[in-house]
Design a protein around this ligand. Structure first.
Ligand code: PLP
Length: 413
């Protein structure tokens, strides 16, 4: 059997049609397959490799940490410098109310931890989430996923979870004194990069405050500069009670986090003690890699903001100009009669086609032509553009040229 056959036989598959490229090397925005063909990674391994593949600073940090120590003891028992340094650094670039980081192994686990924390802090059970939202695949995270097609086969799921429509008044009205938390993305990634409306997000914050409900923002996909500011919520001047991070957080290694105030987080320490535990969460090698990637991102994006002592953010100061310029370049180059619209913010863009079938044919053809892309879970008619943020103007032109050529081929076929 060749490697592809072994992959299909022995590696559990949940995709009925995996991309199945055999990549042997990745650097910057590029990946090379076993036959030497070069591909542009136009989706950053789903918004993970924000500073590109194989960054030397990240590799050096990993190697150093492997030399120093790897796993020592279950999360939170021993002072591990990479965790401490990374938590401190993240806090320095977050509002003062988000000063305590619980590291997890994945984004889904961050969502799980946040829901548990909200139940403890409020003493309530009801959770409100949004249609077309994705927060992970574990049972709790699946319970708040906004699509019955995905939830139905795995019932019973978490009780007292309610789904409402994003950006609607009805959603605001559904939040009451019974609600423990509302879990929302600031830009609904898998809905096809759909941003919250400013007035609605402000009203959502207010409604949560008025009812004593915790507001949880899932920035697992939108964080780390992806939407044109370090955190997408900065663009709105709306601060959550709990922030979920993942994906780019680990600089290419598995790492997630839920972040809240120290006072809230203490609810997990007593009655019962060990309210949330995990053997490998916040692994020192992942934290060292994540911190190194974070420092590189900050240098690259020229971020010099510090938020200690601030409870709200000044939206205008938080723009990552370089990411916004790149968004504009994509928007100006991607014109074709088959393209209906381009949605999204920064380098989380969804190129809309008439049908899912057309979009998927274009995606497959693009991969063959050397640009790795994909569609969105809840918007299969939209092609994903989420390259590493370091992509250059020439490389953007190259991606757009391949995509336009591919669209022509597919449309004319
Ligand atoms: N939340 C969002 C917005 C995501 O996009 C994802 C993953 O795609 C998750 C949560 C789950 O993260 P993970 O796959 O690390 O569990």
């Amino acid at each position: 059997m060749n490697n592809r056959q072994l992959f299909l036989q022995h590696v559990a598959q949940t995709s009925p049609a995996p991309i199945g490229l055999e990549i042997v090397k990745a650097e910057g925005i590029y990946m090379w397959d076993v036959a030497g063909q070069r591909y542009i990674d136009a989706i950053s391994g789903f918004s993970v490799m924000n500073i590109g593949h194989g960054h030397p600073a990240v590799k050096a940090a990993i190697n150093k940490q492997v030399e120093d120590y790897m796993h020592l003891l279950v999360y939170g028992e021993i002072i591990e410098s990479p965790q401490v340094q990374y938590a401190k650094r993240l806090s320095s670039l977050l509002p003062a109310s988000l000063d305590c980081v619980y590291f997890t192994n994945s984004g889904a686990e961050a969502a799980e931890g946040a829901m548990k924390l909200a139940k403890r802090v409020t003493g309530r059970t009801q959770i409100i989430a949004f249609n077309n939202a994705y927060h992970g695949s574990t049972q709790g995270a699946l319970s708040i996923m906004g699509g019955e097609y995905w939830r139905n086969a795995y019932r019973p799921l978490l009780p007292d979870v309610w789904h409402v429509d994003f950006n609607t008044d009805e959603a605001l009205k559904s939040i009451t004194e019974k609600t423990a938390c509302v879990v929302a993305e600031v830009v609904q990634a898998e809905a096809g990069a759909k941003p919250a409306q400013q007035a609605w997000l402000t009203a959502l914050r207010q409604r949560c405050t008025d009812t004593g409900t915790l507001l949880v923002f899932d920035e697992i996909q939108t964080g780390f500069g992806r939407t044109g500011s370090l955190w997408a919520f900065e663009q709105y001047g709306v601060v959550p009670d709990i922030l979920l991070l993942g994906k780019a957080l680990g600089g290419g290694l598995p790492l997630g986090a839920f972040i809240a105030s120290h006072a809230h987080m203490q609810q997990l320490t007593f009655n019962p003690v060990l309210g949330h535990i995990s053997t490998f969460a916040g692994h020192p090698v992942c934290c060292a890699a994540g911190l190194a990637a974070f420092e590189e991102l900050i240098k690259f994006a020229n971020i010099n903001l510090q938020f200690p002592g601030h409870s709200s953010l000044q939206a205008a100061n938080c723009k990552l100009e370089t990411v916004i310029e790149k968004e504009l370049q994509f928007r100006s180059l991607l014109h074709h009669p088959a393209i209906k619209a381009i949605h999204g913010r920064g380098l989380l863009l969804a190129v809309e086609f008439e049908s899912a079938e057309l979009c998927q044919r274009i995606c497959h053809a693009a991969v063959k032509a050397g640009v790795v892309t994909d569609w969105f879970l809840f918007a299969p008619n939209c092609l994903r553009i989420a390259p590493p943020l370091i992509i250059s103007a020439e490389e953007i032109s190259a991606v757009c040229a391949v995509l336009l050529q591919t669209i022509n081929q597919v449309v004319e076929a």
